[in-house]
Design a protein around this ligand. Sequence first.
Ligand SMILES: CC(C)(COP(=O)(O)OP(=O)(O)OC[C@H]1O[C@@H](n2cnc3c(N)ncnc32)[C@H](O)[C@@H]1OP(=O)(O)O)[C@@H](O)C(=O)NCCC(=O)NCCS
Length: 311
Amino acid sequence: MESIQQIQTAPPNLADFVSESADGIGELFGARASGDYRNQASAQLEASLAAAEIEALAVFDGANAIGISISAISGETGVVSFIHVLASHSEKGIESDLLLRSVEGLRKRGVRHIVSDFVPLCPLDLKPALATLGFDQLDRAAMVEVLPEDQEAAPRGFRISRPAQAEDAENMAQALADGYAGHLDTPLHPDLGTRDGALAFVQNVSAGAQGAIRPEYIRVIDIDGGIAGVLFGAETLAGVGFILHVVVRPAYTGRGFGSALMSDARAEFARHGMNRFALTVSTDNPALHLYERLGLVVQKRYTAFTWSAVG
Ligand SMILES: CC(C)(COP(=O)(O)OP(=O)(O)OC[C@H]1O[C@@H](n2cnc3c(N)ncnc32)[C@H](O)[C@@H]1OP(=O)(O)O)[C@@H](O)C(=O)NCCC(=O)NCCS
């Protein structure tokens, strides 16, 4: 008999979820990211399940879990960051049950926005739940480029952009808020619409909350006494240099700054031994073509979804 429960500790078969997720990561990002995840994920998941800002649910079949969802609450936003159903129990609608219950739990905790933008690591059919919930949906793609592992291929070359400094934080936050104003991705980043929210993001990334960082992974381009654009990168998985955001302020687009930020970040990732360059993007965003031109390839398509309370 299957039952769905809130969990704060790991189910006895957590290793099954780690193993399947590691396989999914391997398909997207290769053996290094997969191997590291396989070694680290159990401890990380166990720690996160106990955290107050985490809402986790599991569907149990007897003592073992067959599906898990994890959401995080940050301010007024609930982020559904992980849904995984074991392959042996796929195509039974378990993921939709998990999503419906997660959303119920997040709403009970008073969130005003719900966002889900994770790249699924197993087959997921969330359409039944999404149809019930009436959430907005956004077609997304995970794009990946394999970087040469040989450091000689990535010398310290000339860079148009420079590593950001602590005193750039306000300008970076403003650039993010400007760049995402009225953007098709705005519902995915309810926090970035205001300067305060964007500043919190800048501080959060700089503190390593979104993956290991180096000063060279967060970059700006100076112009007219301010900054034209900003890029936030992090090593989100071992060997994976991931672009969290790249934004050029509207007054300065179309001059090659976006391309320069990306090329410079890519070069720094390669120089620091990353073997993948990656990001996610909405498929209707023309930036996808810029990324293709730079060598990134669509590796997987998925659906993101969002909801905001009215008023
Ligand atoms: C994406 C972005 C950083 C590109 O910056 P940029 O300085 O204009 O980039 P470049 O001048 O180097 O290249 C322009 C390319 O951007 C692409 N592009 C991205 N958004 C575009 C838009 N709204 N309108 C026209 N072209 C756009 C075009 O494909 C163009 O490619 P082309 O030269 O082959 O025509 C910038 O448009 C931006 O900040 N957009 C809003 C935030 C965003 O969508 N970020 C990416 C999220 S994944």
